[in-house]
Write a protein that binds this ligand. Structure first.
Ligand SMILES: [Zn+2]
Length: 134
């Protein structure tokens, strides 16, 4: 049970007991319950604000890690970039970098000599229409 609920429960209980609020003891209890009520509200408020702060901190932390990954990517480019492939042109021995989308196309143009390089994919091709082609 939350503190606020407990305080509300206590107040209800006090009312049910028919606490004589005008007696000295009754006044004391009433004041104590008011203080507890205030404290519970204050605590709830602090928790809410702490939650907001944590959310804000998380957002900042995420932004920071984005910045960090950007910086490190610029420093050593091909280290942890996924989906980037490399091949060497058999014609001019230029290193060629390309990603998956080009791999799916099945061919890449060498930036060094302009030769169209076709990939030999391991996947067996079903259609054997023109196998002998130079
Ligand atoms: Zn080439």
């Amino acid at each position: 049970m939350e503190i606020l609920e407990k305080v509300a429960y206590m107040k209800g209980l006090a009312e049910g007991l028919g606490l004589e609020t005008k007696s000295k003891e009754g006044k004391l209890f009433t004041i104590m319950m008011d203080i507890l009520d205030d404290m519970a509200l204050e605590l709830q408020d602090m928790r809410d604000r702490q939650g907001d702060l944590e959310d804000a901190l998380d957002a900042v932390s995420e932004d920071l890690s984005d910045v960090e990954s950007c910086l490190f990517e610029e420093e050593d480019g091909d280290e942890d970039s996924e989906g980037v492939y490399q091949t060497t042109c058999p014609n001019c021995e230029e290193d060629i970098f390309f990603d998956e989308s080009i791999l799916e196309d099945g061919a890449v143009k060498c930036p060094g000599c302009g030769k169209q390089l076709e990939f030999e994919l391991d996947e067996p091709e079903a259609d054997g229409e023109s196998e002998e082609e130079d």
